[in-house]
Design a protein around this ligand. Structure first.
Ligand SMILES: [Zn+2]
Length: 127
């Protein structure tokens, strides 16, 4: 084994060791959660920052939900749906996590990217 071969092997081995960490960091949406998207009845109801505490009332024909954003977490604090499954979902805080209220056709999703639309979310290469 020549010196160059050894060097090449060392570089490749080192690079190979770091690839999973780079991929996880660049591809994982979990480290970039910053936007709360609320859909009601299949339409975008609103897009909010995960880091601005607020309470949002979402009403539809069949009832209403109170969505709370507090301390970087989102949860349904009140709902008049049968079963209250959306309230019992608890808090979500990571990109990709969601809360669904099926009776009220409410969908709350945490995403990354401040644009609020999935097609404008930057891919891992841009970071
Ligand atoms: Zn519900």
């Amino acid at each position: 084994m020549k010196k160059e071969d050894f060097l090449l092997a060392a570089v490749l081995l080192t690079a190979t060791c770091f690839i999973p960490f780079i991929l996880i960091r660049s591809l994982s949406p979990y480290s970039l959660a910053d936007t709360v998207q609320i859909y009601s009845d299949g339409q975008v109801f609103g897009t909010y920052s995960l880091f601005e505490d607020r309470t949002i009332a979402v009403s539809c024909d069949s009832g209403s939900n109170i969505v709370s954003i507090a301390g970087g977490k989102v949860f349904v604090s009140e709902a008049d749906c049968p079963g209250n499954d959306c309230v019992r979902c608890g808090e979500i805080s990571k990109a990709g996590e969601f809360i669904v209220c099926i009776p009220h056709r409410l969908y709350i999703l945490i995403t990354s990217g401040t644009s609020g639309t999935s097609e404008n979310v930057p891919d891992g290469v841009t970071y």
